[in-house]
Write a protein that binds this ligand. Structure first.
Ligand code: HEM
Length: 220
C-alpha cells in the first residue's frame, strides 16, 4: 500500500509540473504532450534507448499495475480490519482520527470513479476522435485543455475531485512513511505531518491553477 501509494504521488507531482506547461503556450504544451508519446521529430522521451512511442506504454503499464496493487492492498486491509472486529461495537466513537483518515476507503473509491471519467475525457476520447466531450480540437492537447476548462462546471468538478485527491494524499503520505518506519518520535511525527500537508496543498493548488487560469481567460 505504502510503496504503490508513494509511486502514485510521484506520478501526480510529475503530472502537475507537466500541466504548468499550459502557461508557456500552445506550442510548448503540445510539444510536451507529443514528446511523452514519442510523436516529436526527436523521437520523444527516452529515444533511442527505447523505440519512439514505447516509453508511454511502459509508463502506463507501471501505473496500471501500481493502481491495481494499491486497490488489492486496500481490499485486503479492509477485509482484515473487518475480521478483527467481527461484531459491531455498541457505541461507535472515533478516537483522534482525522477526517482524511476516516475517508480513505470511500474517498479512494470516489477518486477512482472520477479518474475513469478523467481518462475517458482526455485520453481515450481524444485518442479516438482528436477531441474531447462534445468537441473536436484538431489534435491540439492545448486547445482540448482550454476547451474543457472554459466550462465553469468542469472546473468545479475538478476542484471537488482535487479536494478528494489532496485529502487522500495527505493521509496516505503520512501513513506510508509511518509504515516505512519514519514515525519514530513526537518530532518525527510533527515533521511528517507538516510534509504531508505541504504535498497535499501543493498538489491541490498546482493542479487547479491551470484550469482556473483558463476559466478566467488568463490562458486562452
Ligand atoms: C486539475 C487536475 C488535472 C488536470 C487539469 C489534468 C489534465 C490532464 C490532461 C490534459 C491529460 C491528457 C494529456 C494528453 O493527452 O496530452 C491528462 C492525462 C492523464 N491524467 Fe490528468 N489531470 C488532472 C488531474 C489528474 C489526477 C488527480 C490524476 C490521477 C489521480 C490524473 C491522471 C491522469 C492520467 C493517468 C492520464 C493519462 C496519461 C496517459 O495518457 O497515459 N490526472 N490529464
Amino acid at each position: 500500500m505504502a510503496l504503490t501509494g508513494l509511486l502514485l504521488i510521484g506520478f501526480l507531482l510529475m503530472h502537475m509540473f507537466g500541466n504548468f506547461k499550459m502557461f508557456l503556450g500552445e506550442e510548448a504544451f503540445n510539444h510536451y504532450a507529443g514528446w511523452l508519446k514519442g510523436e516529436t521529430p526527436d523521437g520523444g522521451i527516452l529515444y533511442p534507448i527505447m523505440p519512439a512511442g514505447a516509453f508511454i506504454w511502459v509508463f502506463r503499464t507501471v501505473l496500471v499495475a501500481a493502481v491495481l496493487l494499491h486497490v488489492y492492498s486496500a481490499l485486503t486491509l479492509w477485509q482484515r480490519a473487518k475480521a478483527a472486529t467481527p461484531s459491531a461495537y455498541q457505541a461507535k466513537r472515533t478516537l483522534s482520527q482525522t477526517y482524511s483518515a476516516r475517508t480513505m476507503r470511500w474517498g479512494g473509491v470516489i477518486l477512482a470513479g472520477v479518474l475513469i471519467f478523467h481518462l475517458a475525457q482526455f485520453t481515450v476520447h481524444s485518442a479516438l476522435t482528436a477531441g474531447s466531450f462534445g468537441a473536436t480540437y484538431a489534435d491540439s492537447p492545448y486547445k482540448m485543455f482550454v476547451g474543457e476548462f472554459q466550462q465553469w462546471w468542469m472546473v468545479a468538478l475538478y476542484a471537488i475531485w482535487m479536494a478528494t485527491v489532496a485529502m487522500h494524499v495527505r493521509h496516505g503520505f503520512w501513513s506510508a512513511f509511518a509504515t516505512l518506519g519514519a514515525n519514530t518520535s513526537p518530532k518525527a511525527h510533527t515533521v511528517l505531518n507538516a510534509c504531508a500537508w505541504a504535498v497535499a496543498i501543493l498538489l491541490y493548488i498546482g493542479f487547479i491553477f491551470a484550469p482556473v487560469a483558463v476559466l478566467f481567460g488568463w490562458i486562452h
